[in-house]
Design a binder for this molecule. Structure first.
Ligand code: HAM
Length: 420
């Protein structure tokens, strides 16, 4: 049997009802913050991610789905959305529309990670990118969007961790100190970490190897202790605003995040309910990325959240998909099919009706059984006799009342029921 690829998932009708409900809540919240939706292509030039995310990151070094096409172009399925959004921002000269551009997305991504609960190879993220402000109130707004979305989904078991990794100018000094303090342990590190110690020492913190982590915990200085006075001022102001906004957080000096583009603020929200993959969302400032990808020097901050992880911890009792009236149409007799279909066509002009029609020409009994199985609120029975007399039968499945009414009254009948 042909099966879906490991780490991908089919969403069946019972799942997509929940997805649509969650998705529409998220769209509404993003719009309430004044963010505009952006959709970028599923694949991009590989170079965008190498230059944007960084060669030594886990994502670029081992998790990208990349290929060379017939004209020798190196292409990659997007493993994240910040670099594509920045590419689009530069390409469409969006800064000409105003000094601040606030964008959000809800899309699918691809990473070749080892699949496990909460970790897939095709997954979905919603997120925001606020491009154009260097000020801490913009960081606070971004963090509050992430936080408020979970609150809106009634998720309370949240832990917000925040840090500052400083502006890029302080990195050189810190990395020198980091290498010096770890040099004598080099041979104890895993081969990947030994390499990273030379090439991109900040990425040492991404190692999942317990031995590497132990050496780091005991010997590595915190980058936070090396940030500049301006960076510290930015961080302190951010903290002040978050406190005023009643967003509980914890300053985690170890939080450096696994992508190279971050400067200053980094943050993550986790939930114990998730298990090993406990990150609900992550983000931060990336003041150098726009310039690095060929745009003007422009500050920016954003976050992205895993949709699958959100849905894993939602209490299913709060899910309320949009209600519509379910109608099953029973058609009795081949001859009247064109008339029946034209009546149905007319009914479809009413909103919020979900109309299913019998297309298997089964007996009335079997059709009623099907209507029950489909949880129908009403069954409309269209028979030859009724058609000849411009009548129609409507059965209320909740109280089993059956009414015969003039065909002309049918729309009005459902309109009345919709307004109840
Ligand atoms: P990230 O931390 O790589 O950040 O991903 C953000 C979130 O996506 C994670 O916290 C997690 O919920 C979800 N996620 C990541 N990988 C997987 C996976 N394999 N399966 C399921 N969910 C996953 C970014 O992507 C940055 N672009 C965030 C950002 C936006 N920074 C600034 N702006």
């Amino acid at each position: 049997m042909l099966r879906n690829i490991k780490g991908t998932k089919d969403l069946l009708p019972n799942d997509t009802i929940i997805w649509r409900w969650a998705e529409s809540k998220i769209h509404n919240i993003m719009i309430s913050y004044g963010y505009g939706e952006i959709r970028t292509p599923v694949f991009e030039n590989t170079e965008l991610f190498i230059r944007g995310i960084g060669n030594e990151t886990d994502i670029v070094s081992k998790e990208m789905f990349s290929w060379t096409d017939q004209s020798k172009k190196n292409l990659t399925l997007r493993p994240e959305l910040t670099a594509p959004v920045v590419r689009a921002y530069i390409q469409h000269n969006m800064q000409s529309l105003g000094p601040i551009t606030k964008l959000y997305y809800f899309d699918s991504l691809f990473r070749r990670e080892r699949p496990q609960a909460g970790r897939q190879r095709q997954f979905h993220q919603y997120g925001v990118e606020a491009i154009g402000s260097e000020f801490p109130e913009q960081d606070a707004e971004v963090i509050s969007i992430a936080y408020n979305i979970y609150k809106n989904f009634q998720i309370n078991d949240l832990s917000v961790r925040i840090n500052s990794i400083g502006s890029s100018s302080v990195r050189k000094n810190y990395l020198k100190k980091l290498r010096e303090s770890l040099a004598k342990y080099k041979s104890f590190f895993s081969p990947i970490s030994q390499n990273r110690l030379e090439t991109n020492a900040l990425r040492l913190f991404d190692s999942k190897n317990p031995e590497d982590q132990k050496i780091l915990n005991e010997n590595a200085p915190f980058i936070f202790d090396y940030i500049s006075d301006e960076d510290l001022e930015h961080f302190n102001q951010l903290i002040k605003i978050l406190k005023a906004m009643n967003i509980p957080f914890y300053h985690d000096k170890k939080l450096v995040r696994g992508l190279d583009y971050y400067t200053r603020t980094t943050f993550e929200i986790t939930s114990k309910k998730l298990g090993a993959q406990d990150a609900l969302c992550g983000g931060g400032r990336y003041d150098k990325l726009i310039e690095q990808l060929g745009g003007k020097n422009t500050p920016a901050v954003g976050f992205a959240a895993g949709v699958e992880r959100l849905l894993m911890i939602i209490d299913h009792n709060i899910i309320k998909p949009q209600k519509s009236i379910n109608i099953y149409i029973s058609i009795l007799g081949e001859k009247i099919l064109p008339n029946a279909m034209s009546i149905i066509q007319d009914l479809r002009n009413l909103n919020n009706l979900s109309i299913k029609i019998e297309t298997n020409r089964r007996s009335l009994k079997a059709q009623m059984r099907e209507a029950n199985r489909q949880n129908s609120d009403f069954v409309i029975i269209i028979g030859e006799n009724e058609i000849n007399n411009d009548l129609i039968i409507v059965k209320d499945m909740i109280n089993s009342n059956q009414t015969e009414m003039p065909l002309n009254d049918l729309k009005h009948f459902f309109q009345k029921n919709l307004n109840k």
